[in-house]
Ligand binder design. Structure first.
Ligand code: ZN
Length: 412
């Protein structure tokens, strides 16, 4: 059996955008017998199903005898840059592209990288506009930094980036953007109507050191590692005789607040639950029900320990972080944590994460799930360095631990 880190790295490489990530999940689910269903599916026999919409995918193992829900929530999107509707700008003999910032990427980490383009395009078909998913997996863009000779104070004063001019990628090799995407859409230029296309780093994931105890360096660790750890765990679930329905919910748009029809704050789960899981109701009163919101956590940066709460060091490869926050930026409730600890029976080490008072705390889908499902929720995740960098780092052992944790969570 290969190490979790190798499996997860291979799945991340196949998934440059949220839509590709949901496709990767769907393909892997179909291999193990999950069947796609629509939102209006009223009743289906017990078994594994999934519902998918763009970058969001929800998979569960239907069980009419069960009246509880064990849901793992993650997200498929990552911060970055999306190409504007009228992107081309010309100057100095080159074409640059206008981009919108999506979420909160660490801007500087995107400079001087070999970038591909991926996402979806609306193409005018013979009878109607059609949605096509594309992946231009070759170096076509680059965001060049100004040379140090032309910005002499950059190293002493620090890099300051103006998002209106310093983050525009140069289209390298191809001078016509529409022509470029036309090739990948199997269409003519006048058939291209619109797109949702993102830049991404072509550098493949790297495993540092031993696959059991080393590190993963990759784009989109936040939060594809949690998504694919959920997928790996779901593969080994045997829900025969289970009192709960195991569910993996992978949502798009977390990095921009989850407020969309496919986001965790949308009505998707509310609409899906009564139709497809008729016996799973009154979740708040069902004592075996629990939601795990799984998203990456901040490992303590060795050179910036003052950015972390004293006494709450989080170390990669020393356990999955359990995140709590008095202001409900993380949803962990004491009741939920008690339930989780009972399930885990001390088999997995947990590192308590607590955010310092002097920096506003980030959030994730945990509070959103807790609010919409009225269910006990716990926020957990693997520790990582450089969250929202184009190249993040996390521990290989933590990934294996997370898969094991999720297997225990779903064990009947
Ligand atoms: Zn995240």
């Amino acid at each position: 059996m290969s190490a979790a880190v190798s499996d997860i790295a291979a799945l991340i490489e196949k998934s440059p955008t949220s839509v590709h990530a949901a496709t990767t999940v769907a393909e892997e689910l179909e291999i193990i017998g999950f069947e796609p269903v629509d939102l209006d599916t009223e009743v289906c026999p017990d078994g594994p199903y999934y519902y998918r919409d763009g970058g969001t995918i929800v998979a569960w193992i239907q069980n009419r005898a069960a009246s509880n829900l064990r849901v793992v929530g993650t997200h498929s999107d990552s911060p970055g840059f999306k190409i504007r509707p009228k992107p081309e700008r010309f100057g100095a003999g080159l074409t640059t592209l206008g981009v919108e910032i999506y979420g909160s990427p660490l801007w500087n980490s995107w400079l001087d990288r070999d970038l591909g383009i991926a996402g979806q395009v609306i193409v005018q078909g013979a009878t109607a506009p059609e949605l096509r998913t594309i992946n231009i997996a070759k170096p076509v863009c680059k965001i060049p930094q100004l040379a140090v000779h032309l910005d002499r104070a950059v190293n002493s004063n620090g890099l300051k980036l103006d998002p209106s001019k310093d983050l525009s990628p140069v289209l390298i090799g191809d001078s016509d953007f529409i022509e470029l995407i036309t090739t990948y859409c199997d269409a003519q230029p006048d058939q291209i109507l619109a797109w949702d296309l993102s830049l991404y780093d072509l550098n493949p994931p790297t495993v540092f050191g031993d696959p059991e105890s080393g590190y993963l360096s990759s784009a989109r660790i936040d939060n594809l590692v949690s998504t694919f750890a959920g997928l790996l765990a779901l593969r080994s679930v045997d829900s025969t005789g289970s009192e709960f329905v195991p569910m993996l919910s992978v949502f798009d748009h977390e990095e921009v607040g989850s407020g969309s029809n496919r986001g965790a704050a949308g009505a998707l789960l509310k609409n899906l639950l009564p139709r497809t899981l008729p016996n799973v109701n009154a979740l708040g009163s069902a004592d075996l029900s629990l939601a795990l919101s799984v998203d990456c956590a901040h490992a303590t940066h060795p050179s910036h320990q003052g950015a972390h709460e004293p006494g709450h060091e989080i170390v990669m490869n020393q356990g999955v972080a359990l995140k709590s926050n008095a202001n409900q930026r993380y949803a962990t409730s004491l009741t939920g944590e008690r339930q989780l600890r009972e399930i885990l029976e001390n088999e997995i080490s947990l590192q308590p994460y607590s955010h310092p008072n002097h920096i506003p705390c980030g959030s994730t889908i945990g509070p959103v799930l807790a609010q919409s499902l009225a269910i006990e929720t716990v926020d957990i995740g693997v520790p990582q360095l450089a969250m929202h960098s184009i190249r993040e780092t996390c521990g290989a052992k933590d990934l294996a631990d997370l898969v094991k944790l999720l297997e225990l969570f779903w064990k009947a």
